[in-house]
Write a protein that binds this ligand. Structure first.
Ligand SMILES: Cc1cc2nc3c(=O)[nH]c(=O)nc-3n(C[C@H](O)[C@H](O)[C@H](O)COP(=O)(O)OP(=O)(O)OC[C@H]3O[C@@H](n4cnc5c(N)ncnc54)[C@H](O)[C@@H]3O)c2cc1C
Ligand code: SF4
Length: 592
């Protein structure tokens, strides 16, 4: 279905709410508030792409002049550049276009207009691999789709191990909203009944292939679990959404950062924003870069936002009774810090001084690759026809502390035959014998990489650089963030346990990577405006509402109190749904 017609933007009107950002968070806020009948203006900094033309999910590598690779005038930042240079990484590079590291992945040409141009969007400070998407839908256009719930092992982690703060909610508070997200957007997966990784309301699961089943069976003997990838993908279809199709297992999922042009994989425009536009209550303005939350100087309450047109540079204001930030964790913190006024001299909602602080994410790097010898030379299988392979949930520090670090990590992995056979580059030889070897080994490799919880620490923070501005003249973020000892000890254990699990399963080890990747690599940035019940040590209440400014909500990952080791997007959306329901109720009662 084509996108719905857009309503005309009326900047003389005072909207019930203005939402900043159209990714998972902003899209969900638009869906929930418009379904409550509120008149909403959604401002998105990036453009609206003709996304089907960008993604071309059915194009084979050999139909593309560079097998999906970037044009020669473009450059994707490498691991070495992030390690040995300091941001702004694009400064001084001769290339016409510079992108973050994800554009070094297969199929980058299909997503180059989705991610930001690093030259226009600099940042400074400590090393950080910041992946951003500026277009309608933000990063949801290219996300990896692993859709996991958090549990009270996460929400009440501080009570369990004494570090940091508990969340101001427990699993029982958010569980009904996880259910709503599952049913509204669709999620594929397999029930495992694990208290530390609650099941969703799953649609048909994707299938494990034989190498993955072999590992699952062996892990069961170790008291560990391997479950099919829990994917934010509708495998059975969604009768209530005409913009999305069920997954046909067509193969393009292996083209990482490639997206899904039939929208079986969740993306915010087709999953949330277009249906919200169909209510008649949502007005969308793309190319609108917000740089300040405006304040009523008498009451200190938010009265709207100031933005520049991203194409013309012209300045505008939008008026609203409620301002909702969903610009992504780091961009929302930037906006709050930029919004200084007489009433809010440290930035809006920042009387605690905690905005930009307590940053957390996932530490990555350690991984293992193995060879399942009995699969060499076996007929090739279609393993691209599913969103991904498997997930091994956390097994450390659950019943009791079992390690020299706190919290835990999980593994994402897969095996099988892929459109882009990753081992082809490292296979020696040439000619017909080389091709046969690549084909024979195509489905026999299995690999997995870990995602571990980074502890939130006050001293890990971002502030505004007083000297550097982006292309629109807006001051940029400056990073002050480093991994701690806990993350380093955890990473060492990730590599050891990965090796142990493969060896126990009888999988021949091809390689174990022990190196930690640069901060930010996980693309799971969280914290910076955490929730809590004490306004002195937190920024938002349990409904993501500013303690200082009750008509300001921050509905993205910045509100998260700790990172857990599970991927955050499903939780971002469940929390946002809960907060927006609460807000609509308050609006009805005249309390906001
Ligand atoms: C390659 C990749 C793989 C990923 N894999 C997974 C995964 O498997 N599982 C998972 O849970 N998560 C994954 N993620 C992360 C996931 O995409 C994010 O958690 C999610 O998109 C966050 O939603 P958000 O709305 O906070 O931010 P975004 O999706 O980034 O949306 C923010 C939007 O705000 C807009 N914006 C920013 N600043 C402004 C401004 N000043 N004014 C107006 N608009 C603004 C941006 O243009 C953007 O459209 C992945 C991300 C990437 C890139
Ligand atoms: S395998 Fe399914 S989710 Fe992945 S690109 Fe194809 S249709 Fe979309």
């Amino acid at each position: 279905m084509p996108a719905p017609a857009e309503q005309e933007v009326d900047l003389n009107q005072t909207y019930d709410a203005v939402i900043v950002g159209s990714g998972a968070a902003g899209g969900m806020a638009a869906h929930v508030l418009t379904s409550h009948g509120m008149k909403v203006l959604l401002l998105e900094a990036g453009k609206k792409l003709d996304i089907e033309k960008e993604l071309k999910s059915m194009e084979w590598p050999y139909d593309h002049p560079r097998r999906g690779g970037l044009p020669p005038d473009s450059h994707a930042l490498s691991r070495n550049e992030y390690t040995f240079r300091k941001p702004p990484y694009a400064k001084g590079l001769p290339n016409k276009h510079v992108y973050s590291y994800v554009e070094g992945w297969t199929g980058a040409d299909y997503s180059k207009n989705i991610v930001v141009e690093e030259k226009d969007n600099p940042y400074t400070g400590s090393n950080y691999a910041w992946v951003r998407a500026r277009c309608l839908g933000g990063k949801t256009n290219i996300w990896g789709r692993l859709a996991l719930r958090l549990s009270d092992y996460d929400f009440k982690a501080a009570s369990r191990d004494g570090y940091g703060e508990d969340w101001p909610i427990s699993y029982a508070d958010i569980a009904p909203y996880y259910d709503k997200v599952d049913l509204y957007l669709g999620i594929a997966g397999h029930k495992e009944n694990l208290p530390y990784l609650p099941d969703s309301l799953f649609q048909r699961s994707t299938r494990l292939n034989s190498a993955e089943v072999k590992l699952r069976e062996s892990l069961a003997g170790m008291g560990r679990v391997l479950t099919p990838y829990r994917a934010g993908v509708t495998t059975d279809g969604l009768k209530h959404n005409k913009y999305r199709s069920r997954c046909f297992g067509r193969g393009a999922c292996d083209r990482h950062t490639g997206g899904c042009d039939i929208h079986a994989a969740f993306d915010s425009p087709t999953g949330l924003i277009y249906p919200a536009m169909d209510t008649g209550n949502l007005t969308l303005r793309t190319n609108s870069t917000v740089h300040e939350v405006l304040v009523d100087q008498n009451t200190g309450k938010a009265r709207g936002v100031a933005f520049v047109d991203s194409r013309t540079g012209k300045s505008y204001e939008a008026k609203a009774k409620v301002v909702i930030l969903g610009a992504s964790t780091l961009e929302s913190a930037r906006l709050m810090l930029l919004s200084k006024s007489r009433m809010h001299p440290n930035g809006i909602g920042n009387s605690s001084g905690h905005v930009g602080h307590n940053f957390c994410e996932h530490v990555m790097g350690p991984s293992v690759t193995g060879l399942v010898k009995e699969l060499v030379g076996k007929p090739r299988t279609l393993d691209d026809g599913r969103p991904a392979g498997f997930y091994v949930p956390r097994f450390r520090n659950l019943a009791e502390r079992q390690s020299n670090f706190i919290r835990g990590y999980g593994f994402e992995g897969d095996s099988g035959t892929h459109m882009f056979p990753g081992h082809a580059d490292s296979t020696p030889g040439f000619g017909a014998a080389y091709k046969k070897k690549v084909r024979d080994y195509a489905g026999a490799f299995i690999s997995m990489g870990a995602f571990g919880e980074v502890l939130p620490r006050y001293e890990n923070y971002m502030d505004i650089d007083p000297n550097v501005k982006d292309r629109w003249g807006i001051p940029v973020l400056r990073f002050h963030y480093h991994f701690s000892d806990n993350e380093k000890k955890m990473a060492a254990d990730m590599a050891d346990s990965a090796r142990e699990m493969f060896e126990t399963a009888g999988i021949e080890i091809v390689g174990v990577d022990r190196e930690i990747l640069t901060e930010g690599w996980s693309i799971h940035e969280l914290g910076t405006a955490r929730m809590g019940s004490d306004p002195k040590t937190s920024v938002l209440n349990q409904f993501q509402q500013s303690h200082d400014v009750p008509n300001l909500l921050v509905v993205d990952g910045s509100s998260h109190v700790s990172a857990s080791c599970q991927n955050p997007t499903w939780t971002i959306m469940a929390l946002c749904w809960r907060s927006c329901d609460h807000l609509a109720d308050q609006v009805r009662k005249g309390e906001v």
